[in-house]
Design a protein around this ligand. Structure first.
Ligand code: OGA
Ligand code: NI
Length: 361
């Protein structure tokens, strides 16, 4: 199975629809998938994903370090999602990178079209995931690019506008990769493994790192559609820089959808399917989705910290016991991600379908 060279039907930029009076049929979700639109002012502080200060992680204070690790551990088990502050990436760089992407998405359409992507590698300017003809689509456009491995990093596939954009995007990638490495160490220790264990299981320094900048145009009927349908992230771990002004990300907690309220200059971190597999389901990837807004556009930067794409990913043997046999068979990330690339976002159906047959009997 491989990805086709082109889209099954002409691509429509969602941004070009944002001033229409109604949402076209192609974007109208079946009633059970529709969100209840919540005005930002009604988002409660009570049920929010944990906010964790990472300052103590690298300091001299052993007790603070242990306390930080334990907050991360609990967040991974309880939520699969948490926010981090004092994470080491400069707030100025975060703001600048968001600004670069805002400028890109506000360029005239013909300039953006020069970067139009195809389902072959997904790199570039895109408006859908999945290649099923006639699929109901999401209310968003995006830009996808690779940082790592270096052989896939191709500045020609990055936007050249605004003219200082590539430098800023590059710097951002370097900083967020470092942060990803630190968080992965914490996860490794919390699983009772050596601190470099997960990094090595991801392929050492040869990990995959890519960025999808999501642009959610304002939407005339936000209660009929979604910016991004429910999904779990197929990769290792996602480090999201959400819009500081416009909420939209919702995380599934039991049977409810919790709207995340981003803390200032925080990153939102979540466990992806590959960590669920490696940890033998000690940590679980969590479904999330994005709702859209009638008055405001929203921008988010989803940085995917992934395993090297051609090595088998399977439960680490230290986490496989007679009581908890291996729940998943080995699969490379290259094979794994074809599912979402072909089918688009579909909740947790893929990772659930991969449970080793002997465990589902
Ligand atoms: C994603 C994602 C959330 C957001 O890109 O996988 O879940 O807030 N994005 O845009
Ligand atoms: Ni996601």
């Amino acid at each position: 199975m491989s990805c086709p060279q082109d889209w099954p039907e002409p691509i429509v930029r969602v941004q070009s629809l944002s001033n229409s009076p109604v949402v076209p049929d192609r974007y109208i979700k079946p009633p059970p998938d529709r969100p209840t639109y919540i005005p930002s002012s009604d988002i409660s502080d009570h049920a929010n994903i944990p906010v964790i200060d990472l300052q103590g992680l690298s300091g001299e204070d052993d007790r603070l370090r242990a306390a930080t690790l334990s907050q991360i551990s609990e967040a991974c088990r309880e939520w699969g999602f948490f926010q981090v502050v004092n994470h080491g990436v400069s707030p100025g760089l975060m703001d600048k990178t968001q600004q670069v992407w805002r400028e890109f998405f506000h360029l005239p359409m013909e300039l953006k079209q020069a970067y139009a992507n195809s389902p072959k590698t997904y790199e570039g300017y895109g408006s859908r995931l999945g290649i099923e003809r006639g699929a109901i689509l999401d209310w968003s456009d995006y830009y996808f690019l690779h940082y790592l491995p270096s052989c896939l990093k191709d500045y020609n596939k990055w936007p050249a506008l605004p003219d200082y954009g590539r430098e800023v995007i590059d710097e951002y990638g370097k900083e967020v990769v470092k942060l990803g490495g630190r968080i992965l160490k914490a996860l490794s220790l919390n699983l009772g493994l050596g601190e470099d264990f997960l990094q090595n299981a991801f392929g050492g320094q040869d990990i995959g790192a890519c960025l999808r900048t999501n642009f959610y145009p304002k939407c005339p009927q936000p209660d009929l559609t979604l910016g991004l349908s429910s999904h779990s992230d197929p990769g290792g771990m996602t480090i999201l820089l959400a819009d500081q002004q416009v909420p939209g990300l919702q995380v599934r907690k039991d049977d409810a959808w919790i709207t995340v309220k981003p803390a200032p200059h925080a990153f939102i971190v979540n466990i992806g399917d590959q960590i669920q597999v490696l940890s033998n389901a000690t940590y679980k990837s969590v479904e999330h989705r994005v709702i859209v807004n009638p008055a405001k556009e929203r921008l988010s930067l989803a940085f995917f910290y992934n395993p090297k794409s051609d090595i088998p990913i399977q439960p680490v043997k230290e986490l496989v016991t007679p009581d908890k046999p291996a729940q998943y068979s080995p699969m490379t990330f290259n094979e794994y991600r074809l599912y979402i690339r072909l089918n688009g976002p579909r909740g947790k159906s893929q990772v659930e379908s991969l449970k080793s047959p002997r465990n589902t009997l």
